[in-house]
Design a protein around this ligand. Sequence first.
Ligand code: AKB
Length: 339
Amino acid sequence: MRKPVVLITGASGEIGHGLITRLAADGSRPILTVDLKPLDAEQGRLVAREFIGSILDRTVLERILSEFEIDLIFHLAALLSTRGEFTPVTAHQVNVAGTLHLLEFAQNERQSHGRPVTFLYPSSIAAYGLPDLATKSRAGKVKEDDFNLPTTMYGCNKLYAEHLGRYYSRHYKQLSSETVSARVDFRCVRFPGLISAVTMPSGGTSDYAPEMIHEVAQGHPYACFVREDTRIPFMAMPDAVEALLRLAAAPAGALTRQVYNVGAFNPSAGEIRDLVLEAFPGARVTFEPDLKRQGIVDTWPADVDDSAAARDWGYSPRFDLERAFADYLIPTIRKQYQR
Ligand code: AKB
């Protein structure tokens, strides 16, 4: 039997960065990565093998299938909500066809080595679509099965990919003459906006929060593209990585759902500005809403109900808003830009 391996797609993105570091420190499985972009040199040294290529290219996945026994997959590759609106067909290809390839790959691994394959999928608050601001403010903490009417290509893709995961794990080839006894173990978290102290996002619509902090820390003025009163949930990146690892490690019997909300804090853009100015007095932050991007954020919930994640697998974020700024974001970002 070959040693079980973990596969990360979209590994050179923001979540991949934190996840590789954590998985490498844990050392329980060799790490394989797939991304169009190479990992940075430091991260590259932490992985057993790095495949540079597209998840849409079946030959990459076929090579991996023939050489490795994968029992854990973090499928992170995606085109985010802002970028997806400029290239919706490409977004659909990457986010839906790409996910289909990975699920098929996971099912093939499951059948070929016979052991369980856990498939971790980060979905998003973009899977929600609240019809107007009055409903958004009345809705409060939104539950997983409410307001599932996304307005972006990315949100539609995420919601559909959740259903694909459910299909592969519960109903795959249900009419086949041969009984399919072994299916993929699909588990999904719906992330809020993520804020990392070490990487900058690109192509998302929740990017105003991390952009504001990183730009100001570099001494640049920042014009925020949403209104000051805009409110959506956010989370510090270490908690996002921890959530994926915790859900991956949860006993299957404890899980009552396949898709779980996770949240940590939900400041308005104005409250984020206040914390940024506290840390960097004299910085210049203005609000110059882009009405179209604003329209997207206005359909996302002001908060999420993550009680199912807390109950089933002990989800509990380490960082609330104050801690995220005081203990993680500001000290790490300061150090980074002082270098
Ligand atoms: C985006 O803004 O598209 C992402 C997300 C909220 O999923 N950060």
